[in-house]
Design a protein around this ligand. Structure first.
Ligand code: TRP
Length: 332
């Protein structure tokens, strides 16, 4: 396998709705940081999104929004391969090929499939079932060394490794076996209204989550109303989920350790703390929203940037698909 100067990272995000502060602090901020140390390939995973039925107009808008947000957070398309999954045919091609090396039984054990098929009981389609094979194709197409994944995608990375190992076992050293990458910083952002559950854009209570594109006054309102506890002491402790969450958010934004945050607010009340966290979030997201507005107002430029990224990705993807087909026994 080819030697690389830097390790290669692959990750992707679905354009499935409003991106939240949780997506930003849990993943996207690290996407940007990783570009300093690694060769990064990032995709907007639009093919994955149609495993759940989408309204065409809303879907289109979400794709543009997601594309613009990735640029707005500062991912530099000159330095990173940034593209839409559907623009590179190799994803669909390799997905089919790999599906013939993926067992029905192992896909049936995927917890996300079980959860989603309960949630969308009227549309338990083949794509939803085969979702992990497409994800394996995403990663293996580029022979990624590292894949940053949250807890909810860990099982999918495991199956990717299993599929790659199985394929290599039959045909020799074809795929790099990807490792999970756990970033040094980053927060698992919890709901502001029920801090025992993850912040989610599907939460009906809009005060429970902050969108990356929320206006400052909305962000402040949501933080001021954040659910905490009654002992009015800012520290990390069992049962203080609300405060723990706010400390985590503040620390992920400022880069301060938990201890430093606790010291900074010693003797202060929850009101002051919530305001400080809200303001930190407002200031962090302000430039992102401003840049987003610029990118989204020029669709042509946005398309051009992503098209260029797709050309770079396609160059690598084609070679992998050819190699895999040749190994299997296809002829030219
Ligand atoms: N399934 C991932 C999610 O919903 C997105 C994704 C698609 C992905 N392909 C990937 C993540 C490859 C990492 C690597 O979050």
């Amino acid at each position: 396998m080819e030697e690389r100067m830097k390790k290669r990272v692959f990750s992707a995000i679905q354009p499935s709705g409003m991106l939240t502060l949780g997506n930003y602090l849990g993943a996207l901020k690290n996407w940007k940081n990783m570009t300093e140390d690694f060769e990064c390939i990032y995709a907007v995973a639009d093919l994955h999104t149609i495993t759940v039925r989408q309204d065409p107009a809303a879907f289109r808008k979400q794709i543009y929004n997601t594309c613009a947000i990735l640029l707005a957070i500062g991912i530099d398309p000159e330095n990173v391969t940034l593209f839409k999954q559907s623009s590179v045919a190799g994803h669909s091609q390799l997905s089919w090929l790999l599906s013939c090396y993926t067992q029905f039984g192992e896909l049936s054990r995927m917890t996300q499939f079980k959860d989603k098929s309960l949630k969308h009981a009227d549309n338990v389609n083949l794509g939803l079932f085969a979702y992990p094979t497409l994800m394996a194709a995403d990663i293996l197409l580029y022979n990624a060394d590292l894949v940053p994944v949250g807890a909810d995608q860990k099982q999918h990375l495991e199956i990717t490794r299993d599929i790659a190992t199985r394929f290599n076992h039959i045909y020799g050293d074809v795929f790099t076996i990807p490792e999970p990458y756990i970033p040094k910083t980053g927060a698992r952002v919890m709901s502001l209204q029920d801090p025992t559950s993850k912040m989610s854009k599907s939460d009906e209570n809009v005060n429970a989550w902050v969108a990356i594109l929320d206006k400052p006054e909305d962000i402040m309102r949501k933080f001021k109303r954040a659910v905490t506890d009654s002992d009015n002491k800012i520290c990390v402790a069992e049962g203080k989920d609300g405060i723990n969450n706010l400390i985590g958010i503040y620390s992920a934004i400022t880069g301060k350790t938990t201890e430093q945050v606790v010291n900074e607010f010693e003797g202060k009340g929850y009101g002051d703390f919530k305001t400080a966290v809200g303001e930190a979030v407002v200031e962090e997201l302000r430039p992102i929203r401003e840049k987003f507005d610029l990118y989204i107002s020029d669709k042509k430029q946005l398309e051009d940037i992503y098209f260029k990224g797709a050309e770079k990705a396609d160059y690598i993807a084609r070679r992998t698909v050819s190699k895999v087909m040749k190994k299997i026994g296809f002829v030219r």
